[in-house]
Design a protein around this ligand. Structure first.
Ligand code: TLP
Length: 350
């Protein structure tokens, strides 16, 4: 199978497996796991923040961050296709008691002007803005990358009004590779940043939430509340430490493969995708110009050994990662062309 459903499907490398086998561990709820402690220190250093917390998932990292930055009854501003809004089981509402003010954007990227327009003060009518969340890279908009300047402007706009900013940097290392800018610089204006070890970096599980020491200390309690006190988590942290060192230099290969994939897809009649707009490792392509249903194409592709997810009624998503090479991307393009032709002709996958 050529698995382009997500970069979450990456398997740990031999170096990660070795590190896991040899990991020194202890009870992390007592803060006695030396490997987790090392990972938290290293992650804080990379993010350029005073402290970091190891969490099982990106969803938990985002959930804790929003809780730390808001009060019940407030609003969180984010783009209308944010992961926080569409894929986290409304944890912003469930755990933090906030509503989301979703801003429609062209490519998933907010601007300071829009944020300024939407920031709400305390009033007798509307929920005041508690936080702004930006997604770097933006997943469902096709791995789009915020220019550093836009991030700074958004953070300035929010901070001027006393509102803090969370960066959902699940794929911040991809942003770093695309921009050629260090992670700590990309995250420097945001108050908190979450990044995932388990996506393009390839660790089997885990994400990091970084920010000011007092917030992270409080976040540790929220993590326990959410059931994230993982005891001998050093087994996982060991893989994370390897991922942080060995994977970032390889990400530009995934980006080049994504561009190659998009170029191939753009040549197929009925597909809309602009390869020039593929910034990182995610390709979202639109087949609404045909009468085809993305879920049907996805099902047909599976029969041809290629996995891609339909993400809505118009689009499919392909995500490149280190377990898929250039030749497999070429095979995937050919399979999409065949599947679309076959689905149009009403054929069943062979
Ligand atoms: N994204 C997953 C799915 O949930 C859609 C994927 O396959 O891309 N922020 C962003 C921007 C993400 O893309 C994801 C996962 C998360 C947060 C949540 O991370 P996990 O899955 O570790 O909870």
């Amino acid at each position: 199978m050529i698995d382009l459903r997500s970069d979450t499907v990456t398997k740990p490398t031999p170096a990660m497996r070795r590190a896991m086998f040899e990991a020194e561990v202890g009870d992390d709820v007592y803060r006695e796991d030396p490997t987790v402690n090392r990972l938290e220190e290293r992650a804080a250093e990379i993010a350029g923040k005073p402290a970091a917390l190891f969490v099982p998932t990106g969803t938990m990292g985002n959930t804790i961050a929003i809780k730390l930055l808001t009060e019940h009854g407030q609003e969180v501003i984010c783009d209308s296709r944010a992961h926080l809004l569409d894929y986290e089981l409304s944890m912003v509402a469930w755990f933090s008691g906030c509503v989301i003010r979703a801003i429609p954007t062209e490519r998933g990227l907010l601007s300071a002007e829009e944020v300024r327009r939407c920031l709400r003060p305390v009033s007798p009518y509307s929920a005041p803005t508690g936080a702004v969340a930006i997604e770097q890279t933006h997943n469902m908009a096709g791995g789009t990358v915020y220019p550093l300047r836009t991030v700074c402007e958004i953070c300035d706009a929010a901070h001027e009004r006393g509102v803090r900013v969370h960066m959902d940097g699940a794929r911040i290392f991809n942003a770093s590779a695309a921009l050629g800018i260090a992670v700590h610089e990309i995250a420097s204006h945001a108050d908190t940043v979450m990044f995932c070890l388990s996506k393009a970096l390839g660790a089997p599980a885990g994400s990091m939430l970084a920010g000011p020491a007092d917030l992270i200390a409080k976040g540790r309690l929220y993590r326990k509340r959410l059931g994230g006190g993982m005891r001998q988590a050093g087994i996982l942290a060991a893989a994370g430490l390897v991922a942080l060192e060995e994977s970032p230099p390889k990400l530009s290969v995934d980006h080049a493969n994504a561009r190659f994939l998009a170029e191939g897809l753009a040549r197929i009649s009925g597909i809309q995708v602009d390869p020039a707009l593929v910034d990182s490792n995610i390709v979202v392509f639109d087949i609404s110009a045909t009468a085809l249903v993305p879920a049907d194409v996805s099902a047909h592709l599976r029969g041809r050994g290629v996995l891609m997810n339909a993400i809505n009624q118009r689009c499919l998503r392909a995500v490149t990662h280190y377990d898929v090479d250039r030749a497999q991307c070429a095979q995937a393009v050919a399979a999409v062309a065949e599947s679309m032709a076959a689905t149009m002709a009403g054929a069943k996958p062979s």
